[in-house]
Every structure is written in C-alpha cells, then in structure tokens.
Design a protein. Structure first.
Length: 135
C-alpha cells in the first residue's frame, strides 16, 4: 500500500516526494517488487520557484516576489551545476535561507524586530553565490 501511494505521488507530480532521491525510491521499488523504475521529472525554473516558495511558507517564512526573483538568479545558477537534483537541492537551499534569516533575527535589535515583515525572507538573507554552488 505504501509503495502504491508513493508511486501515485511520484507519477502524479506531487511535491510531497521532492526531497527523496531517485536512487532511494528506485531501491525501495526494487525491494518491494514494483515493476518499473521511477524517473524523476526535471522541474522547470518556474516550478522550482513555486516549490521554494511553498517550502519557505510551510516553515512560516514568507518571501515576497522581489526577494524570490533574487533567489531565482541563484536557482538558475544551481540548475547549470552537474549535481543539481531538483527537490533535494531546493530543500537544502531553503534550509540555508532559513539559517541566514535566523542569524539576522538573532542579531536584531528590539526596534528591528518590530518592523513589518521581520520574519520574512529578505534580500539580506540570500547567501553569497559561492555557497549555493555546493548544495
């Protein structure tokens, strides 16, 4: 039952399995006797932006369109790297953004903490390009 649900999610294009690696799913399929290998889709640039926004919002870290566009520049860089793997890379990138936001929030003054949008991902939370090339 679990494998059929997982297979349905994968073939249905669900983002629920975006963090799973292709090898892990194929190993599970082999172990449980499924008949075919799973080919993970390559998400388009626009889908990557939507997935990133969804991941961040699920962690109570809203991101505005301007900041998302800045992240998009880095996503475009990552997509050209040989190790880019859609969901895993986007998950790692979202965690890096959340860590950068946490550092900013920790160092903030009381006055800064009262600013509107303080909890949002902001342009200053975006890491240096060099950091994202190794995600």
């Amino acid at each position: 039952i679990v494998m059929s649900v997982l297979t349905d999610l994968i073939y249905g294009g669900s983002n629920a399995v975006a963090g799973l690696t292709e090898g892990a799913v194929n190993d599970a399929i082999a172990k449980y006797g499924a008949e075919k290998e799973v080919a993970f889709p390559d998400f388009t640039f626009e889908e990557c932006l939507q997935i990133l926004r969804s991941m961040l919002e699920s962690k109570k870290a809203p991101i505005d369109d301007e900041t998302l566009a800045l992240c998009g520049r880095q996503i475009a860089l990552m997509q050209r790297c040989p190790g880019f793997s859609n969901g895993r890379t986007l998950r790692n990138y979202s965690e890096l953004l959340l860590n950068m936001r946490s550092d900013r929030m920790y160092d903030a003054t009381d006055e800064q903490a009262e600013e509107e949008g303080f909890i949002n991902i902001r342009p200053e939370d975006i890491p240096a390009d060099l950091l994202v090339l190794y995600l």
